[in-house]
Write a protein that binds this ligand. Structure first.
Ligand code: PLP
Length: 448
């Protein structure tokens, strides 16, 4: 009853993100009512394992009393303090310091946002500022990667390379250029790591030249693992090679760790494992484990100091009311404590088990490839393994796979091209990981 009226209210009033509005009206919403650990409960009280941690964000799992308590304490003491006018709050200052201490290299300066899209947006604005005040305003072109996702803000959506984020929006994306994804499973140069890296380096060099040379290019953006593009894992060494090329060409390198940050691939930041220090780094999602909204941009000393010196006594005109929100920061501090109090370790253990389990599905006739790192994985389905023929790209392919998983008591991401995405909470037990794998096999059998 309650659910029926909610479905009607939802249909009439709630505009859902990245959805076919008409299809959603027809299908109706599924309401999640509560959650604990790695389990969410639907309106009928049925438990489902959340194999996608909400939207790759609830890394700590649901129902942590200590996180709730940290937020409540902060709300009682000081629910809001602006970071404008030279003011600040203790939780935001401490979180910035704790993050800077753990970030790669000299990423010592942290600007807080509300999520990933405005973190990416912030990088675009600050990079333009940086290039201008250092006397290179003509460095105004940006390069990112096919199948990349960098959010859906007006500016940042230009960096995203998923067609629905551009079609019909009419935004001026002509400052934005793409190179092919490294995508080992479907790379025209084959599967050899060195060949893939060489091809990407060549593609970036060629794109830079096509755009007018290094003197025109401001920055290059890469996700350590392309998440929304289908969990595409580049070869080891790929990030470092691309980062080094950017340094040689005087092009800023931005690591977008909105998904990979905070233990998703094992360490706190994937860049550490990739052995790179980006010029800028974006995070969100796991920063607060999704309990409250927050994202952040890390700036290297070089970028921060150049902007600071360039602005002099003028204010750098970038900011929002809720930047460095004290409640989000208090949650961030507690979540960080949890990561280091065993969650990262559990995530590594569970990630190894997940990859082993999913790899065991490789013998299924529909499975073309299993890939991933840590608690971030994908199973790519094909109709012909040798030819790597994708599933028919019917509009409802993803929905049908999602529904089958849902009916098995499992939430996963089903991409339209027949890729199943996994990003379970790092708190998963062995039994939960095994159940994710077993239920996936049932979904595959039904999909045959
Ligand atoms: N960057 C990456 C790599 C992402 O995966 C996402 C979201 O999934 C974003 C940016 C945008 O973040 P948000 O949805 O918090 O705005």
């Amino acid at each position: 009853m309650l659910n029926n009226s909610l479905v009607a209210l939802d249909r009439a009033h709630l505009v859902h993100p990245v959805a076919s509005y008409r299809q959603h009206e027809r299908n109706g919403v599924r309401v999640i009512t509560s959650a604990k650990g790695a389990t969410v409960f639907d309106a009928a009280g049925r438990p489902l394992i959340d194999g996608f941690a909400g939207l790759w964000c609830v890394n700590a799992g649901y129902g942590h009393e200590s996180i709730v308590e940290a937020a409540a304490r902060q709300m009682r003491e000081l629910p809001y303090a602006t970071a404008y006018f030279g003011l600040g709050s203790e939780s935001a200052i401490r979180l910035a310091a704790e993050l800077a201490e753990r970030a790669p290299g000299d990423l010592n300066h942290v600007y807080f946002t509300l999520g990933g899209s405005d973190a990416v947006d912030t990088t675009v604005r600050l990079i333009r500022y940086y290039q201008t005040v250092r006397g290179k305003p003509e460095k105004d072109q940006f390069i990112s990667i096919e199948q990349g996702y960098h959010g859906s803000s007006t500016v940042g959506a230009g960096l995203t390379a998923i067609p629905i984020f551009h079609a019909h929006f009419g935004a001026p994306f002509d400052w934005q250029h793409k190179i092919p994804s490294a995508y080992p499973y479907r790379n025209p140069v084959g599967t050899d790591d060195a060949a893939i890296i060489a091809a990407s380096l060549q593609a970036l060099k060629a794109k830079v030249e096509a755009v007018g040379g290094p003197e025109r290019v401001a920055a290059f953006y890469a996700e350590p693992i392309q998440g929304s593009g289908g969990v595409i894992v580049p070869p080891r060494g790929w990030m470092k090679a691309m980062r080094d090329l950017c340094a040689a060409l005087d092009i800023l390198f931005v690591a977008d760790e909105v998904i990979t940050g905070f233990g998703r691939t094992g360490p706190l930041f994937a860049s550490t494992e990739d052995d790179i220090v980006p010029d800028l780094m974006t995070v969100a999602k796991g920063l607060t484990s999704g309990y409250v909204p927050m994202g952040a941009v890390f700036l290297s000393d070089k970028v921060y100091d150049t902007i600071a010196d360039g602005a002099g006594n003028a204010a750098v005109g970038h900011g929002t009311t809720y930047s460095a929100h004290p409640v989000s920061a208090a949650v961030g501090l507690e979540v960080l404590r949890l990561y280091e109090d065993g969650l990262l370790d559990n995530g590594r253990r569970a990630g190894a088990r997940l990859m082993k389990g999913l790899n065991g599905l490789g013998d299924h006739p529909l499975v073309g490839e299993v890939r991933g790192r840590g608690m971030l994985a994908a199973v790519e389905l094909v109709t012909d393994k040798a030819a790597k023929t994708p599933l028919p790209a019917a509009a409802d392919t993803a929905r049908r796979i999602f529904d089958r998983a849902w009916n098995q008591g499992l939430v996963i991401r089903a991409f339209g091209n027949g890729i199943l995405g996994y990003a379970p909470p790092l708190c998963c037990t062995d039994e939960e990981i095994d159940a994710i794998v077993e239920r996936t096999r049932l979904v595959l059998d039904e999909t045959l």
